[in-house]
Structure formats: structure tokens, C-alpha cells
Design a protein around this ligand. Structure first.
Ligand code: BEZ
Length: 246
């Protein structure tokens, strides 16, 4: 899926705003950091400002183009997290709100094992078990009414599932937690903007009339549970990890 970097920055800036408190988990001394799924580069930039040596990678050329335009002179590269290679491993693998787009975490953790130094850290947060269930269920139900299948592109694990996977890949867990993070989506168009951003490829397969119908029906379904007088609230649930390579 190619991303609309402008819509992402304008309407979904909460993604990197919420990610900012992950930065507090970084060591204070200067580290060589790989920011996996850096999007438009805000958190990579903040880590650079903190004195770290950072490379931001993202599979989306649009996102990387926007990151380079915003933060010229900083290091960004279009790359797939599963196939990215380096001859010099990193001190920290960092990732915010990106890893749930990768469904094969056995492969991802093997890759992380190669990319990080011994005693190096994995510091990340992404969607945990049940993340955005209300939103995805409503969207799936509407797609199915049109005779279309919904294939979730996400992996949202629980701590219970993820701990043994980390350990099997040679990571010692320092912190592993899940928490609900109800997330306001900006304004009365917030829910449809979110759907247009993150379900772009499902929507692209429909006519404009069908797209409009789905967006309105999802809004109608979720009005009671997710409309909060002046904004929409998404049922985000996060898994947060700090683990060290043994
Ligand atoms: C998330 O950050 O949890 C997320 C974003 C878009 C789609 C699904 C989940």
C-alpha cells in the first residue's frame, strides 16, 4: 500500500505525538539507532536532536520523501524492515506504531536479532491484541455487505503471545506491557479520514459511491460507542516492549 503522507501529517499527527514518550525509554548517552517504520520522520528527528545517530527507514517512498523534505541532512532511506541489511549493527532498534503492519514477527525478530548489537535494545510500541477492534469490525461488516472479503493486514499480539517469541529470538525482556489508549481522531471527519488513510487499498477497489456508502455506514454503526460530542475516538490498544539482545 502506498501512503498519503500529507493526509498522515495533517490528520494523524497524533501517531508521532503519542510516540514521543517512548523516547524517554532511550539510554541517555549517544546511541546508534535504527528507527523502523519512521513515517514522516518526526521521531527520528527528535532522537537526532537528543544527540543520537539515527537512520530512519520506511517502506513507503512517499513517507521518506516527506521526511527528507522536512529534515534535510538527516538520514532516511526507503527500505523494507524484513530485508534491510547493514554491516554495522545498531545499539537500539526503535519503532513506534509501525510493526503491526508486518504480519510475520518470527521473521521480524530473527531480522532484529541480526540488526542489533549484543546488549543492544529493542524499544518499540505497536498495536496489541484487540487494537482498533470496533473500527475494523465495523469496516469489515460493511465490506462484506458489498460481497468483498476483508483480509486484515495487521498483527496485534498479546504480551502472553509475544514474550516467548522475544525470548526464543534471544531477547531478554525488560518491559512488556499492554494498555488501552483511546485516541481522539480530529473533528467530525476524523473517522472517515482515518479509514481513508489506513484502509486505502480496500477502498480503492470500490466505486466512489460504494466508498461513500461504506464511510457513512461505518460512522452510523460507531456513532453510539465512538462519537464523543465533538470528535471520534478510536479504540487503540498498545503493546510496549523494551528488550535486550543477550
Ligand atoms: C495503530 O497505530 O494501531 C493502527 C493504525 C492504523 C491502522 C491500524 C492500527
Amino acid at each position: 500500500m502506498e501512503w498519503n503522507a500529507q493526509n498522515y501529517q495533517k490528520n494523524h499527527d497524533f501517531v508521532f505525538q503519542y510516540g514521543a514518550d517512548l523516547l524517554e525509554l532511550l539510554p541517555k548517552s549517544s546511541m546508534k539507532i535504527l528507527d523502523v517504520g519512521c513515517g514522516t520522520g518526526e521521531l527520528s528527528h527528535q532522537m537526532t536532536e537528543l544527540g543520537h545517530q539515527v537512520l530512519g527507514i520506511d517502506a513507503s517512498p512517499n513517507m521518506i520523501q516527506q521526511a527528507q523534505a522536512q529534515f534535510p541532512g538527516e538520514n532516511f532511506q526507503v527500505a523494507n524492515a524484513l530485508t534491510f541489511e547493514t554491516s554495522q549493527p545498531y545499539d537500539v532498534l526503535f519503532s513506534n506504531a509501525a510493526l503491526h503492519w508486518i504480519t510475520d514477527h518470527e521473521k521480524l525478530l530473527s531480522q532484529f536479532q541480526r540488526l542489533v548489537n549484543v546488549e543492544g535494545l529493542l524499544i518499540c510500541e505497536f498495536g496489541g491484541a484487540g487494537n482498533v477492534r470496533k473500527l475494523t469490525s465495523a469496516f469489515q461488516a460493511e465490506l462484506e455487505k458489498l460481497g468483498k472479503n476483508y483480509q486484515s493486514p495487521f498483527y496485534f499480539p498479546s504480551c502472553k503471545q509475544y514474550q516467548p517469541m522475544l525470548e526464543a529470538h534471544g531477547f531478554h525482556v525488560h518491559l512488556l506491557q499492554e494498555y488501552d489508549r483511546p485516541t481522539p481522531l480530529k473533528g467530525s471527519e476524523g473517522l472517515r479520514n482515518w479509514l481513508k488513510q489506513f484502509f486505502a487499498s480496500d477502498l480503492a477497489a470500490l466505486s466512489e459511491v460504494e466508498q461513500e456508502r461504506i464511510l457513512s455506514e461505518v460512522e452510523a454503526t460507531l456513532e453510539d460507542s465512538c462519537w464523543k460530542e465533538t470528535y471520534w475516538e478510536a479504540d487503540y490498544h498498545r503493546i510496549r516492549i523494551v528488550a535486550e539482545k543477550k
